[in-house]
Design a protein around this ligand. Structure first.
Ligand code: NDP
Length: 452
């Protein structure tokens, strides 16, 4: 008889959810984890990132208070080690909560590195465990391009634990992590240069948001350089000298490689079980999260699901589908349609559904757009813009995409994601009464399409 009905490798957001829900449905479950409980999201991702984003807003807030609202206010010095210590304490608290969740669900937690020995055997710390099913949920790891001096740069894993705030930073890469850290460091007072190898960063997002954010970041003082990459790093005393593709050199104190992430499968032993891996080591899965080996499954960032779906809520959704299908008697497949997301850049972005470019490939569309100065800044004089956009299918009147740049974009777009799940039409948006005065009301008062 097997030791476990399910052996989960990796206790990140997806692995923990799959473990505890499967256990609550009666399965005998073990989960192995070699690092801290909670995975990337809790330890070196979403949660600490959002805490740092909050921290980086105070300078602007106080300046706004002084510029527009009658407060005779200035901020005393910012102390990075204090912030990092507070952040670390919160992350440790969350690690404990994750442990408690597993305990309460009756999951056996095995700290250590798991190795797949054969199709039904996983070893942890030299001990072998036999399992009916195996679930691979090991997530992903930052990818660093192979250039001379790459070891002088850091990744997001390190950025959360720096001893001090760097005075001058170079951010390489124009994805989520790059724009978020550029905003964090700039907000705290660092001088930030961000490079993107293509003509416009945030590939895959709606072009209006991409252009709008570039303009806003430049307006705030981030040195944003497109069609530029780094070719080499070298030590220059305490500093780092970066050579760029345009031949120029840049001296900085820290270089962050935010150049994407790769599935974490190396050394896991999946080949011993005959599991097929796809591009860059990602585990190939079918629509039911099954690998080519019928009782071995995978979910989250380690899989070859679309890379744009490397999001905590997607891993959790996959985990729920997995547990309910395997142990709950209610089979269902993950649904990747209409997954909303936010980028905690400054200003932030929120988006759900199709970008204008994606929609134009499949539909005859009408575009509604509004760009305005938020009410708050009528007093501060800050030239910041908020952008709202709807992409509508002309034939059916269905809203295909909602996109926003501005404060609290994630909070606002979450609600509109429900509307899109329900198949809302533009007429229904128009029939919805706004909440005044808010930025979000703009999305239900956009009357005239822009000329195509
Ligand atoms: P992304 O895939 O979003 O971005 C990677 C960036 O690095 C792209 O601009 C890419 O360019 C560039 N790049 C890739 N290879 C090289 C190279 N060799 N030289 C120079 N540039 C390169 O990855 P991130 O690391 O930013 O984030 C990883 C994932 O984590 C995201 O896809 C997202 O799913 C998730 N995430 C989500 C967040 C959120 O929900 N708010 C926050 C942070 C991460 P190109 O576009 O040309 O390929």
């Amino acid at each position: 008889m097997s030791d476990f009905d399910l052996f989960v490798i990796g206790a990140g957001s997806g692995g923990v959810r799959a473990s505890r829900v499967s256990a609550s449905l009666g399965a005998r479950v073990a989960v192995a984890e070699e690092r801290a409980l909670g995975g990337t999201c809790v330890n070196v991702g979403c949660i600490p990132k959002k805490l740092l984003v909050y921290a980086s807003h105070f300078r602007d807030e106080v300046e706004d208070a002084r510029l527009g609202y009658g407060w005779d206010a200035t901020l005393p010095d910012f102390d990075w080690p204090t912030l990092i210590a507070k952040k670390n304490a919160e992350i440790e608290r969350l690690n404990g909560i994750y442990g408690g969740l597993l305990d309460n669900a009756g999951v056996t937690f095995l700290p250590g590195r798991a190795h797949v020995e054969d199709a039904h055997t996983v070893s942890v710390g030299g001990e072998r465990h036999h399992a009916e099913r195996i679930l691979v949920a090991t997530g992903s790891w930052p990818f660093v391009p192979d250039i001379p001096g790459r070891e002088l740069g850091i990744t997001s894993n390190d950025a959360f634990y720096l001893d001090q705030l760097p005075e001058r930073v170079l951010v390489v890469g124009g994805g989520y992590i790059g724009v978020e850290f550029a905003g964090i460091w700039h907000g705290m007072g660092s001088r930030v240069t961000q490079l993107y190898r293509g003509p416009l960063f945030l590939r895959g997002f709606d072009d209006d948001l991409r252009r709008g954010l570039a303009e806003e970041m430049r307006g705030r003082g981030v040195d944003l350089r497109f069609d530029t990459n780094v070719t080499a790093l070298a030590k220059n005393g305490e500093a780092i000298r970066a050579t760029l593709t345009d031949g120029s050199e840049l001296e900085v104190d820290q270089v962050l490689f935010a150049t994407g992430r790769r599935a974490l499968t190396e050394g896991l032993g999946l080949e011993n079980a005959g599991v097929e891996l796809g591009v860059h080591g990602a585990v190939a899965i079918d629509s039911e999260l099954r690998t080519n080996v019928p009782h071995i499954y995978a979910l989250g960032d380690v899989t070859d699901h679309p890379r744009s779906m490397d999001l905590t809520p997607v891993a959790i959704h996959e985990a729920m589908c997995f547990a309910e299908s395997q142990f709950g008697g209610t089979p269902r497949k993950p649904d990747y349609e209409g997954v909303p997301c936010a980028v905690f850049s400054q200003p932030s972005l929120g988006t759900v559904g199709l970008s204008e470019a994606e929609a134009r490939e499949r539909y005859d569309v009408e575009i509604y757009r509004s760009s305005f100065r938020p009410l708050k800044h009528t007093l501060t004089g800050r030239p910041e813009k908020t952008l709202m956009k709807l992409v509508v299918d002309r034939a059916s009147d269905r809203v295909l995409g909602v996109h926003m740049m501005g404060p609290e974009a994630g909070e606002i777009i979450q609600g509109f994601a429900v509307a899109l799940q329900c198949g809302a039409t533009k007429t229904q948006f128009d029939a919805t009464v706004g909440i005044h005065p808010t930025s979000a009301e703009e999305l239900v008062t956009l009357r005239e399409p822009v000329a195509s």
